[in-house]
Design a protein around this ligand. Structure first.
Ligand SMILES: Nc1ncnc2c1ncn2[C@@H]1O[C@H](COP(=O)(O)OP(=O)(O)OP(=O)(O)O)[C@@H](O)[C@H]1O
Ligand SMILES: [Zn+2]
Ligand SMILES: [Zn+2]
Length: 838
């Protein structure tokens, strides 16, 4: 019997188990593990993914009964491989989410609907010889040039499944679909040559007339491949009219062919050659290359100060992988997916690079994804979800700026790309390189304290520590000075810029060098407050301060989109002294213009970069010296490499230090170190000026001394005592519902189930002190965001240490309470190893 085990695409806990279906004869050749299928479910038709092809259906309630049949297979090639299905199963255990949620996260969104698929010959390819093996009817269809509907193939050519799938995998055939997209697909009129005899006959018929037509035909005889009409005309130096004439006479076939949407089309990337590695780079590169060659799934922490040449090491390691016929995945933070970064990879590997980030349209994403699957790209550079790139032989995975929070997905599946990378690498025998100037404390402690049982708890990988302590060519790290803003005020300077920073800007303007200014806005406010009574405007649905938007002059909620007009008087005390507070980048821009007349400023923040391509526009203007200052939020801190930047200024360095998140100092240290690293990366020496209200804070002091080790040592000591990550680990369970009492009861049931489990397994219930396994449950308490979209939110926090399967226990507790939860109408979300405590 032919059975498909299917996970249906309903993201709930009670359908989170496989269901068995029988595979009808006609679909047998098309059904694989990873196939997307349509199945009957109750009285509905649902989509699902095949996760197994067992010999026999599972005995169980449905055991004796006849299985229902699969209705349809939705793609010619399964969009997921067996390896990705296995990875999804691991993710669903690791982050306590339904399997379908993990599997869907791996698919480009274009593949989520039920769009008709078409099979065709990719343009610009010769007729594959294997076509001769397939049924003549199918071949004739393809040769007529029209894409063939997959449903038609499924019905009429079930026996050709294997051949067609093999040709799709090797890129000899291509599978496509219409994608609802704001970018429409471009088509190109393409000339398809006929057989050589036919064209020779045409030449004979022409005789001495129309020499250009003859030349075009000869060109096609010499190079019998489809060619865009325009290109053919150019190749034989003639007009489109001449080429059209060939088509009109029926000597060649001319028809529109879909073109790949290429987000980087028309942009040329200057080719680069590998640089001679410095001795330090070489000793970092060697062990990585060895792991790739020996197919050892080893994880490396490449800890290199800013400008130490990490990227060049990535490039050469990728080359090593490609030389062995293997593929490479490079993850960079979303924010760093600027042309500068993409350029470095495209410049080295050209067409073999696919790029994936959230600013691509659905269609562009789908095209890049197909490029990978059909073997036309061997390197992908992308944001978090590029970790699921459908490669089959991965040799290397690079995660640049591995400490970045964007690698953690904040909605379900709440995975961390770093852990997924380690697991995927294990399945492929691939090396992983985690690169950073300021590694996360989790990765760092796992690398340098490998024997520490507490630090290693629950992590299946131990990174090899590879330091790069100096900049390339012994360029010095920039000098960092701190300015105490309280002192400035005491001396009567109320301006936004300290005297030192003003002087620094003045000097650079005089020397025609460039300046990067960072406004650390996290935790900084753009809210509206009444100066008379202290009233602040907050969202009536979410209990979150509303944010002021200058453009539209209104106040908006970032969570639910609620908007209201800016009030003219305080709603609470009627005072007119209600106003917009805090320093936004716009204010800094105004202050710059007032203080330094004629200064040219590029401002980069969420407001100026919403438009597609705006990032790139600003950065290339800055590079072309069309501005003196690049001013912005976090996005100016990462990955930029401009030779003329000799001054970096930081406004409000400590604004985020006090946020009630235990990682606040770590994040501040990382951000300031990153931005400081933008200065003096080339011949000109750099300087950094940090304005702060707390120069004595150890975090700020460590930035000044470029002292990662000192900062980390102290921070780790603190975390060890309190049982925070990396020594203890956390799970937050968030419940939401319209009614508080219900949340309270439900929260209590979850908490007491976990406490009872700990007691029955003899696990200590205080985490902060002592050694060995321990677990405690905090809460239920209102969440940091106590209400969202009119639903109240409560959370329980599980804190644990040592060898305790807290994740498994949490999953068990929720499974046992599934019925109660469902009846109550509450929603439950689990976040394993949460990154954002706010
Ligand atoms: N072996 C080398 N020889 C000469 N120049 C090099 C070499 N390796 C890197 N460089 C140059 O040194 C500069 C810094 O290198 P790179 O950008 O790779 O450093 P990085 O560690 O990735 O930086 P960051 O983490 O700060 O973004 C670049 O301009 C790069 O071209
Ligand atoms: Zn008031
Ligand atoms: Zn709201």
């Amino acid at each position: 019997m032919s059975v498909a085990r299917v996970i249906v695409d309903v993201p709930s806990r009670d359908t989170d188990r496989p269901f068995d279906y029988s595979i009808p004869e006609r679909l047998r050749g098309w059904t694989e593990v990873g196939s997307r299928v349509a199945v009957p479910f109750g009285n509905r038709t649902l989509q699902g993914i095949v996760v197994g092809l067992p010999d026999e259906p599972e005995a169980g309630p449905a055991g004796g009964r006849r299985l229902k049949e699969l209705i349809d297979v939705l793609d010619a090639l399964p969009p997921l491989s067996a390896e990705l299905v296995e990875l999804g199963e691991w993710m669903s255990r690791r982050w306590v989410c339904p399997l379908t949620v993990a599997l869907q996260a791996m698919l480009p969104s274009a593949l989520k609907g039920k769009a008709e698929k078409y099979i065709s010959l990719p343009h610009g390819r010769t007729w594959p010889s294997e076509l001769l093996l397939v049924d003549a009817g199918f071949r004739a269809l393809l040769e007529r040039g029209a894409p063939v509907k997959l449903s038609y193939l499924l019905e009429h050519y079930p026996q050709e499944a294997d051949t067609i799938k093999r040709m799709l995998r090797s890129g000899e055939l291509t599978e496509s679909q219409k994608v609802e997209d704001r970018l429409s697909v471009r088509t190109v009129l393409t000339v398809f040559p006929r057989s050589e005899e036919a064209m020779r006959a045409a030449i004979a018929e022409l005789g001495k007339r129309a020499p250009k037509q003859r030349e075009a035909l000869e060109f096609l005889i010499a190079r019998p491949e489809p060619i865009p009409q325009q290109q053919l005309a150019e190749a034989v130096k003639t007009t489109i009219g001449t080429v059209k004439a060939l088509g009109d006479k029926g000597w060649v076939d001319i028809r529109p062919v879909e073109e790949d949407r290429d987000p980087y089309a028309g942009r040329s990337f200057a080719p680069t050659k590998p640089m001679e590695l410095t001795p330090a780079q070489r000793s970092a590169y060697e062990p990585i290359a060895a792991a790739i060659r020996e197919e050892r799934s080893e994880v490396f922490l490449l800890h290199g100060v800013t400008g130490s040449g990490k990227t060049e090491i990535y490039l050469q390691a990728i080359q090593t992988s490609l030389t062995l016929g293997k593929e490479a995945i490079v993850l960079v933070p979303e924010i760093a997916l600027t042309p500068q970064m993409v350029e470095r990879f495209k410049g080295r590997f050209g067409e073999r690079v696919a790029v994936m980030h959230s600013r691509l349209s659905n269609g562009e994403r789908y095209d890049e994804w197909r490029k990978i699957r059909e073997g036309r790209a061997q390197v992908v550079v992308g944001a978090r979800s590029a970790i699921f790139a459908p490669f089959a032989r991965i040799g290397l995975i690079v995660i640049d700026e591995e400490h970045e929070t964007t690698y953690k997905q904040e909605e379900s599946p709440k995975y961390h790309a770093r852990d997924v990378a380690a697991e995927r690498a294990r399945l492929h025998g691939a090396a992983v390189v985690l690169g950073s100037a300021t590694p996360s404390l989790e990765t760092y402690s796992a690398a340098v304290l490998p024997g520490d049982r507490d630090a290693a708890a629950g992590r299946s990988w131990t990174p090899v520590y590879v330091p790069l302590p100096e900049r390339v060519a012994a360029r010095p790290l920039p000098k960092v000075s701190l300015v105490d803003m309280r002192e400035e005020l005491r001396l009567g300077n109320r301006a936004m810029f300290s005297r030192a920073l003003s002087q620094g800007i003045e000097d650079r303007l005089g020397r025609q060098e460039q300046i990067v200014l960072l406004l650390n806005r996290r935790g900084y406010s753009t809210f509206v407050m009444c100066r008379s009574c202290g009233y602040t405007a907050s969202c009536p649905h979410c209990d979150i301060a509303l944010t002021y938007h200058r453009g539209s002059n209104n106040l908006r909620c970032h969570y639910c989109g609620y908007a209201e007009r800016e009030p003219e008087a305080c709603p609470s005390c009627q005072s007119p002294h209600i106003r917009f507070f805090g320093t936004g980048t716009q204010k800094v821009e105004e202050a710059l213009a007032n203080t330094f007349p004629g200064i040219r400023v590029i401002r980069m923040d969420v407001d100026t970069t919403t438009e597609k391509g705006s990032h790139e526009k600003w950065l290339s203007q800055f590079r072309d010296r069309k501005a003196d200052v690049l001013l912005g939020t976090q996005m100016v801190a990462k990955g930029l490499d401009f030779p003329l930047v000799t001054l970096v200024g930081v406004l409000a360095a400590d604004s985020a230090l006090k946020l009630p998140d235990f990682r606040s100092p770590e994040r501040t240290f990382q951000l300031l170190t990153q931005v400081a690293g933008r200065a003096g990366r080339h011949e000109l020496p750099g300087e950094v000026i940090i304005q702060t209200y707390e120069p004595e804070h150890p975090c700020i002091a460590a930035v000044q001394g470029h002292d990662y080790a000192a900062f980390t040592e102290q921070e780790l000591r603190h975390r060890r005592v309190l049982g925070y990550p990396p020594f203890g680990r956390l799970i937050t369970i968030t419940l939401s519902h319209e009614q508080v009492p219900l949340l309270h009861t439900l929260g209590e049931s979850i908490a007491s189930k976990l406490r009872a489990r700990a007691a029955s397994e003899g696990v200590r219930q205080t985490v902060a002190s002592g050694t060995g396994a321990s677990l405690e449950v905090l809460g239920p308490v209102p969440s940091p965001i106590p209400r969202l979209k009119d639903r109240y939110r409560y959370q329980c926090m599980v804190k644990y240490r040592g060898e305790v399967d807290a994740v498994g226990w949490t999953a068990d507790a929720l499974r046992e309470l599934a019925e109660t939860i469902k009846r109550s109408g509450a929603t439950v979300g689990v976040d394993v190893d949460p990154q954002m405590m706010l």
